[in-house]
Design a binder for this molecule. Structure first.
Ligand SMILES: Cc1cc2nc3c(=O)[nH]c(=O)nc-3n(C[C@H](O)[C@H](O)[C@H](O)COP(=O)(O)OP(=O)(O)OC[C@H]3O[C@@H](n4cnc5c(N)ncnc54)[C@H](O)[C@@H]3O)c2cc1C
Length: 285
């Protein structure tokens, strides 16, 4: 007599792929400015220039282009054959910083960007002074990082700069899927409420008066997390140095595959305009 052995389901975690969008520079006007928390300003850009704007995935982001001191408008990026190229000799490169598309409302032609007020820096300073009527360059998005939502669970973790993307994850993931989310903010007044159809367990971590990017709150929370059964996907973003042990933990201690882990350094303490492609395990849009 033969007994049929149970055949385990083959679950191969999908790989992330990049979908490109037509690369476009827009000079947009601020319609509204809202303090969403004590440390974050939501700037709403609007107008017909947003025609054709693309966005589709949680981590979609643009490059905001700022005017140099004393200049009336930002330097425009040079685009040749849908590719951003170096400025011609003698001309300056645009002054850019990466920011997540928090919301895009196509019908209203409105784009929301949530900007953290962290003190110095062209982005933070501009956000602190933002008022309706001001204009800013918005370049991109160049593309979207697409990951098929076929996983059994998701682990998400972020501090303030990556909170807009974490919110988009929570809003876009399929109904009922298990999500463990960790967010580091200064205190209770910096927490936000996100709408979701997922089975979400949201944990807020308060760093108090410790400067941003100096704590191991996210690392400790992730190490202590009991991950659900099945195939998972982890997305973690924030200060680059604090994320390194988290990436190692997820890959080495938890044994997750490369395509199950996206850890993205959104900024680095002491570095202006940190390049988030620097520590990449895969290409980012
Ligand atoms: C894909 C992506 C998406 C991002 N989305 C957002 C977003 O939606 N909202 C958002 O606010 N940021 C976002 N960021 C982070 C943002 O690009 C950086 O914080 C950027 O450095 C801000 O530019 P800045 O001109 O204010 O400061 P910079 O001129 O770049 O830096 C000046 C100084 O400030 C420090 N610094 C930078 N950011 C912080 C911070 N948050 N806290 C404390 N010190 C800091 C730097 O280490 C440096 O010493 C994103 C980054 C990436 C890569």
């Amino acid at each position: 007599m033969t007994t049929e052995a149970a055949v385990p389901a083959v679950t191969v975690p999908p790989r992330l792929r990049i979908v490109r969008h037509p690369l476009k520079y827009r000079f947009l006007e601020v319609k509204r400015v809202l303090r969403v928390t004590p440390g974050t300003v939501r700037v709403t850009f609007g107008g017909e220039a947003l025609e054709g704007f693309c966005e589709q995935q949680p981590t979609d982001h643009v490059k905001l282009c700022f005017a140099e001191e004393g200049a009336a408008a930002p330097v425009e990026p040079v685009v040749v054959d849908d590719t951003w190229v170096d400025a011609p000799e003698g001309m300056s490169e645009p002054l850019t910083r990466d920011y997540t598309i928090r919301h895009y409302r196509r019908a209203e032609q409105e784009l929301d960007i949530d900007m953290v007020l962290h003190g110095t820096g062209v982005g933070s300073s501009w956000a602190a002074a933002a008022e309706p009527g001001m204009k800013l360059g918005v370049f991109g998005p160049r593309g979207s990082e697409v990951i098929d939502f076929v996983h059994d669970w998701y682990l998400l973790a972020a501090e303030e700069t990556a909170l807009p993307a974490l919110a988009r994850w929570i809003e876009m993931l399929p109904a009922g899927v298990k999500v463990l989310a960790f967010a580091e903010v200064p205190g209770p007044e910096d927490e936000q409420v996100f709408e979701t159809a997922t089975d979400l367990t949201m944990t807020w971590l308060h760093r108090g008066t410790a400067p941003a990017g100096t704590t191991d709150l996210l690392e400790r929370a992730i190490r202590a997390a009991v991950l659900p059964e099945g195939m998972g996907y982890c997305w973690v973003a924030g200060e680059a140095n604090t994320l390194k042990p988290i990436r190692r933990h997820l890959r080495n201690d938890r044994g997750l595959l490369k395509q199950q882990v996206d850890v993205d350094g959104y900024w680095k303490r002491g570095t202006a305009n940190h390049d988030h492609h620097e520590d990449d395990e895969h290409e980012h849009a």
